[in-house]
Design a binder for this molecule. Sequence first.
Ligand code: NOJ
Ligand code: CA
Length: 621
Amino acid sequence: MFVIDDAIFVAKSWRMHLNSTGSITRFSPLRLKAFVPALAFAAVMGLGHIGFAQEAHLPVVASHSADTTHHGDGPWWKHAVIYEIYPRSFQDSNGDGIGDLNGIAHRLDYLQGLGINAIWLSPIYPSPQVDFGYDISDYENVDPQYGTLADFDKLLAEAKAHHIRIIMDMVMNHTSDKHEWFIESESSRTNPKRDWYIWRDGKGIGADGKPIPPNNWVSLFGGSAWQYDPKTKQFYYHEFYKQQPDLNWRNPEVEKAMFGAVRFWLDRGVAGFRLDAIPNLFEDPKLRDEPYTGGTDAYGDKKVSDIYTNNLPEVHDVMRRLRALVNEYPGGRVLIGETYLPNVKELDKWYGGASHNELQLPMDMQVGFINKMDASLFRERINQAETEIDGNQPLFVFDNHDNPRSWDRYGDGVHDEAIARVIAAMLFTSRDTALMYYGEEIGMVTTTPARKQDVRDPIGIRGWPKEKGRDGERTPMQWSDTKDAGFSTAATTWLPVAPDYPTVNVKTEQAEPASLLNWHEHLIAMRRNDPALRNGKQIMLDKNNPSVLSYVREGVGGSPAVVVALNFTAKTQTITLNPGAAGIRGTNIKTLLTDAPSLEQTKSLHDIVLPPFASWIGSLK
Ligand code: NOJ
Ligand code: CA
């Protein structure tokens, strides 16, 4: 697992853990009668009308185009906010309790109003759904649960009309065991597709009469990574469930077939791919045992390192060829990687370093999964992304469908909403591409099943009670305070709606000017429209302060600089910032956005008094 406190990347589990298991109290949002900062923001940005909930619901900013271009902009994805949708849980359109493509299409106005530029769609391909879509049985179709290819094309076209691109999830490490490739592969040792997967002889028969696997490799989802096939008397390798056999990427036919699937979707017009488990493509051909690291994991297996099954250098050749393929297409198609890596040096390799010829956006998990409000650590990691990745573009992510929600990972149970605002401010004002997960914008919490019999995620069934699975972060989107939170009309939904939906939902928060949802909308609109936030260098200020994270985004083409100060503590903090020392001049300070009424009139960078977990963003000219 990725141990968050000391940030050591220990292999064989990439799932982050909650720093607190206590129940979560939600505090009602701060009410500001006149949301002065937003007005100030409107004036500075020249946006014209900012709609407040009492006059108009959404969009907050009267009109915008997600494709606005500015001086020094570069490709669209550099400024993008990418929004992950877990299709089962976003919007059900046909009353079966499972979200679907037509449901997503129905919510495009909302997404445009929020200001996102692209949707990353978790897998929608035909699948036995053992791992809820990450076990694909046909790469060139849509699972009937989610709709049809025609529904997909319609969604793509409607999203485009809303200035929203679609990024597909692409699972290249493994297929479903029900994919026709694997069905052929397992049919006999001489089948032409036998070598498409990783079949090996075992080490004979054990004292218990069972075949002994080829080595000690363990599955990330528990147990040996080798599954015995009695018919052909060999084992196949699976990094994840046994229903997810790993493909053999040393066989060029595999690459050819998978690149064919990639073209299928690029030809249809998708904007790119999020590459699932991509560092896992290759394994040691000598099948060397992995070193034991001590102790046992949640499934009771002895913990091992993953030096022979993860992040092998061969993967970079494939990434360069994949990038060349994607580059053939017009319109800035993008490759995003699910890259849990131990440090920034490893991350840089996934861009192709200074050659910039692999992924445009490998995910930086070093920042978003620090999992504690540690200003110094955030300063260090954000700065590394600014200065140590050969001028490539950082992609920060705090939430996804595999980890407890950031609300719970960072919250202290008392200031959770203010902390969520700090996280959002950091995500949207840093010089990064921003990735967010559905529900993050309204403060959805992790709702882990209380009883084993209610668990749907197989890792939770297998690992209970130490590993309760990922259902908690996959509960249905909360749209309103009506039945099923507006997600569905079904008697039961595939996962239950979280009990806080009567207060935590889109409709309620749209009507509340100072809600977390409106906070997100303001931040995203600022990020889209402000030249400094689009393209300005990010320079850390007050660098030895352990309690407050402060930085400046340099002005561009004569635009004002933007200064950000975020209190990471439950105590009032007084700071003095000196951007002049970093070469950023100016005397005129204006608040752009804050959640602290006492900071609305800030006119100087001397002795700014930040209340607990307050966020302040101002312009400097
Ligand atoms: C990473 C995905 O995000 C996760 O949900 C999935 O279970 C594994 N890869 C296997 O595909
Ligand atoms: Ca449905």
